[in-house]
Design a protein around this ligand. Structure first.
Ligand code: IPM
Ligand code: MG
Length: 368
């Protein structure tokens, strides 16, 4: 029996996670995937209920779960809450307390969506990049941080970009392992021309890859150039490893290449447990809470459903089931079904649950 904690969160989170639940149930009925599913609050809804973006009780459940599936957090309703209690703080606490240092963000262009991208078809057709973003270090968590009153009508805002060797080593190894399973090509991105932490990143990545993964062709690219290259010729990259902040930015760029943020899943993984070999894991769509369309049944549930496919692959060791689910999504898109965010001329528009229905039907027919 696998223990799954669902944290739907805010905005469109509950709607898209409702479809994920149906998909999980399908795998229970048809593929013997036995689960205990629990649900709790994170983000603004948790603040409304408990005054904190995630309660200690929900954190306990997350620590005990085999996998956490998260929807999205945030919205204008919570613009004025205390900074420590803002919705995003719940997500950041989950990442920190579960030590989810490796964030895998695949950017894959589905053939049926090649024309939905703002880039020309030949630039993105067949795109398949894996961004490996460091998730528990850098400027997101570095100390000192804060806003200081300088007393003369001036204030000072401080954040600290800091990386230690072990943090760079472990993310380089995750990237190296992935590159070995893919094209044996790895690009590493930082700003060594401006930041000492970037210089250290560059040197440590070079050391780990050259000594432990000598077959991998490693390239270093400055983060600003990398942003430009991702738009100019994204297919030059296979696996791309970078720090927390640059990974945040570069993964949004990569996501949009594929047509819509509504398509992109992610996995955040910790170190494998010494006894079980299983890593703590949180799966979430790359898109946010989209408050403008929340509650209208318009949101695209595909990124969340593909995040569950990543859970099948990386936590539950069910690669064949992950293939089945990804195949079902591909077929639904090939049939011309679209949510509003990926709608194109001549296609059929549907909503959140319509897309869920179609994916379940595609699973049924694949199984029959
Ligand atoms: C992401 C998001 C988060 C981040 C926010 C919601 C804190 O943008 O997962 O990319 O900056 O990491
Ligand atoms: Mg982001």
């Amino acid at each position: 029996m696998e223990n799954i904690l669902i944290l739907p969160g805010d905005g469109i989170g509950p709607e898209v996670m409702g479809e994920v639940r149906r998909v999980i149930e399908w795998f229970g009925t048809h593929r013997g995937f036995e689960t205990n599913i629990d649900e709790d609050l994170v983000g603004g809804c948790a603040y409304d209920a408990h005054g904190a973006a995630i309660s200690d009780a929900a954190m306990e459940k997350a620590l005990a779960a085999d996998a956490v599936l998260l929807g999205a957090v945030g919205g204008p309703k919570w613009d004025n809450v205390a900074y420590e209690a803002r919705p995003e703080a719940g997500l950041l606490r989950l990442r920190a307390d579960l030590e989810l240092f490796a964030n895998l963000r695949p950017a894959i262009c589905f053939p049926a969506l090649a024309d939905a991208s703002s880039l020309k078809r030949d630039i993105i057709q067949g795109l398949d990049i894996m961004i490996v973003r460091e998730l528990t270090g850098g400027v997101y968590f570095g100390e000192p941080r804060g806003i200081e009153d300088l007393g003369n009508g001036q204030r000072r805002g401080v954040n600290t970009q800091v990386y230690e060797t072990y943090e760079i080593e472990r993310i380089a190894r995750v990237a190296g392992d992935l590159a070995m399973k893919r094209g044996k090509r790895l690009a590493s991105s930082e700003k060594r021309n401006v930041m000492e932490s970037g210089l250290l990143w560059n040197e440590e990545v070079t050391r780990i890859i050259s000594t432990e993964f000598p077959e991998i062709a490693l390239e270093h690219v400055l983060a600003d150039n990398c942003a430009m290259q991702l738009v100019r010729n994204p297919k030059q990259y296979d696996v791309l490893v970078t720090d927390n902040l640059f990974g945040d930015i570069l993964s949004d760029i990569a996501a949009m290449l594929t047509g819509s943020l509504g398509m992109l899943p992610s996995a955040s993984l910790g170190a494998p447990d010494a006894a079980s070999g299983r890593a703590k894991a949180l799966y979430e769509p790359v898109h946010g809470s989209a408050p403008d369309i929340a509650g209208q049944g318009l949101a695209n549930p595909i990124a969340s459903i593909l995040s569950f496919a990543m859970a099948l692959r990386y936590t539950f060791d069910r690669g064949a089931d992950a293939d089945l689910l990804e195949g079902a999504v591909t077929r639904v898109l090939d049939q011309g079904l679209r949510t509003a965010d990926i709608m194109q001329d001549g296609m059929t528009q549907t909503g959140t649950s319509g897309m869920g229905d179609a994916i379940l039907a595609a699973l049924d027919s694949a199984e029959a």
